[in-house]
Design a protein around this ligand. Structure first.
Ligand SMILES: *[C@@H]1O[C@H](CO)[C@@H](O)[C@H](O)[C@H]1NC(C)=O
Ligand SMILES: *[C@@H]1O[C@H](CO)[C@@H](O)[C@H](O)[C@H]1NC(C)=O
Ligand SMILES: *[C@@H]1O[C@H](CO)[C@@H](O)[C@H](O)[C@H]1NC(C)=O
Ligand SMILES: *[C@@H]1O[C@H](CO)[C@@H](O)[C@H](O)[C@H]1NC(C)=O
Ligand SMILES: *[C@@H]1O[C@H](CO)[C@@H](O)[C@H](O)[C@H]1NC(C)=O
Ligand SMILES: *[C@@H]1O[C@H](CO)[C@@H](O)[C@H](O)[C@H]1NC(C)=O
Ligand SMILES: *[C@@H]1O[C@H](CO)[C@@H](O)[C@H](O)[C@H]1NC(C)=O
Ligand SMILES: *[C@@H]1O[C@H](CO)[C@@H](O)[C@H](O)[C@H]1NC(C)=O
Length: 417
């Protein structure tokens, strides 16, 4: 169809021209927009609602605002998104008891930015996911409380920028992450401890952090480098976790540390390396109550250290939990003669092992005796087997020779012809 062929290029050209016009128009609109050069990445993240700056004295409907106190409270409102029109004067923002679920990148990026926002409380707001750069463009944010949210997905870049290569260090000074462990059925396969550690480490963004609360998270261990990028830490709260050992974590570089809370964990003993590191911190107080200390020979160094050190608060309250004979003995009152590792097994278990050994030995002896009594029968049986094998092998050998002999096979094929 020649007509159709000649028409379509013209129509395509027309569409192309239209598209070019649209592009030019778009370019003009975006270049005439006053803030496009400022931070296009932030703007692209913010919803259309934030393009209209809130009027002075405006308060988002579900919230209570006090301009005098520079405080906005949107508490227990079942909010599913962060209100877009937060007043720019806000210094303390309470978004507790909501249903936020996901905190996307730039969740608080506004035009103009919330430059005064210093304390942000998101406690108990059903957050499952905090994405990279969620707290971007909050230049004054000093205190952040994310406690009591089941954080299934905490981005490694949650506290740094969504673009790690250009993000500035976080202004955060206090970070509360208490009770952020998701329920077991929601947990991913990766380690929860590792996920939290990655966020605390990423891009060295939290170098200014002074207070870190990680209580009630059922931590089984501390990842080796979890504290490596937090050199300014003054207060570290690890209460009510399930820490069994501190052997692999280093406190050496936390020279400003003032308080270390390790109450209500599962610590069995502190080893020499840890004791030396803690002793080397100039300002620290350590809290060790309610741990199931195991008072055997491995406890000797810690008991000796406890008697000397001034840094353990309430050290006279620490008591043994295991072994049974040492239960509730005060650690400070133990002599090295009390701390032995023998017997390794509890006596009841030991006798049962001895009994098991005797039974096994008896069974072995009976077996040997049966063999000995039947030695003639066994000899006969073995001869029989050998003969049977020999007969079988000879038959096989014979058949193989016939098949392998080319003359015989030729003969048989010739006879067919
Ligand atoms: C929030 O939701 C709960 C139950 O889903 C309801 O009982 C409560 O009244 C809601 N609160 C508000 C402020 O809507
Ligand atoms: C955040 O709000 C919760 C609930 O009201 C409160 O228990 C917690 O202390 C607040 N966090 C801070 C840092 O004030
Ligand atoms: C991050 O920022 C750098 C420098 O501005 C830029 O080259 C890079 O493309 C950005 N990366 C992402 C993922 O946006
Ligand atoms: C966890 O791992 C198991 C097998 O190791 C797999 O069947 C399951 O799908 C994984 N779950 C998630 C959430 O990745
Ligand atoms: C200790 O942590 C568990 C979760 O790991 C929590 O259920 C419990 O309420 C916490 N206890 C205290 C006293 O905070
Ligand atoms: C401690 O700091 C020094 C120097 O800043 C560094 O070389 C070393 O790797 C750090 N050690 C740990 C365990 O973080
Ligand atoms: C622990 O340190 C003390 C004194 O520094 C030393 O006497 C002891 O042998 C050390 N223990 C171990 C197990 O290295
Ligand atoms: C520790 O040993 C010394 C002597 O070796 C003894 O006098 C003291 O009573 C012992 N203390 C305890 C609590 O057993």
């Amino acid at each position: 169809m020649p007509g159709g062929c000649s028409r379509s290029p013209a129509a395509g050209e027309g569409r192309l021209r239209l598209a070019r016009l649209a592009l030019v128009l778009l370019g003009w609109v975006s270049s005439s927009s006053p803030t496009s050069s400022a931070s296009s990445s932030a703007l692209s993240l913010v919803s259309a609602a934030s393009t209209q700056p809130p009027l002075p004295g405006h308060c988002p409907p579900p919230c209570e605002c006090s301009e005098a106190a520079r405080t906005v409270k949107c508490v227990n409102r079942n909010l599913t998104v962060v209100p877009a029109d937060l007043p720019p004067y806000v210094r303390n923002l309470f978004l507790t008891g909501n249903h936020l679920a996901v905190l996307p990148a730039g969740a608080f990026a506004r035009r103009p930015p919330l430059a005064e926002l210093a304390a942000l409380n998101l406690s108990g707001s059903h957050l499952n996911e905090v994405r990279a750069g969620a707290f971007e463009h909050l230049a004054s944010l000093r205190q952040l409380d994310l406690s009591h949210n089941p954080l299934v997905n905490l981005s490694p870049y949650a506290f740094s920028g969504s673009n790690a290569s250009v993000s500035a260090p976080s202004p955060l000074v206090e970070l509360m992450l208490n009770h952020i462990l998701p329920p077991a059925d929601k947990r991913q396969n990766r380690s929860f401890e590792g996920m939290v550690a990655a966020a605390l480490r990423a891009g060295q963004a939290l170098r200014g952090l002074r207070r870190l609360e990680l209580a009630s998270n059922d931590f089984l261990y501390l990842p080796r480098d979890v504290l490596a990028q937090l050199p300014g830490l003054r207060h570290l709260d690890l209460r009510n976790n399930s820490l069994v050992s501190l052997t692999y974590v280093s406190f050496r570089n936390l020279t400003y540390l003032e308080s270390l809370h390790l109450e209500d964990n599962a610590l069995k003993v502190l080893h020499n390396g840890t004791l030396a590191e803690l002793q080397g911190l100039p300002h620290v107080s350590v809290f060790l109550d309610n741990n199931p200390w195991v008072c055997d020979c491995h406890m000797t160094d810690m008991v000796a250290w406890l008697k000397e050190t001034e840094i353990v608060q309430g050290k006279s309250r620490l008591t043994c939990t295991f072994p049974e004979k040492m239960r509730d003995r005060v650690l400070l009152q133990l002599n090295s003669s009390d701390l032995d590792c023998d017997p390794i097994l509890p006596p009841s278990l030991q006798t049962s092992y001895v009994f098991l050994g005797i039974v096994l030995a008896l069974i072995g002896a009976i077996f040997l005796l049966v063999l000995y009594l039947n030695r003639k029968g066994i000899k006969k049986w073995m001869h029989n087997i050998r003969d049977a094998c020999r007969d079988h092998m000879e038959g096989y050998h014979y058949r193989y020779e016939i098949n392998a002999d080319p003359r015989l096979t030729n003969l048989s094929s010739n006879s067919d012809v």
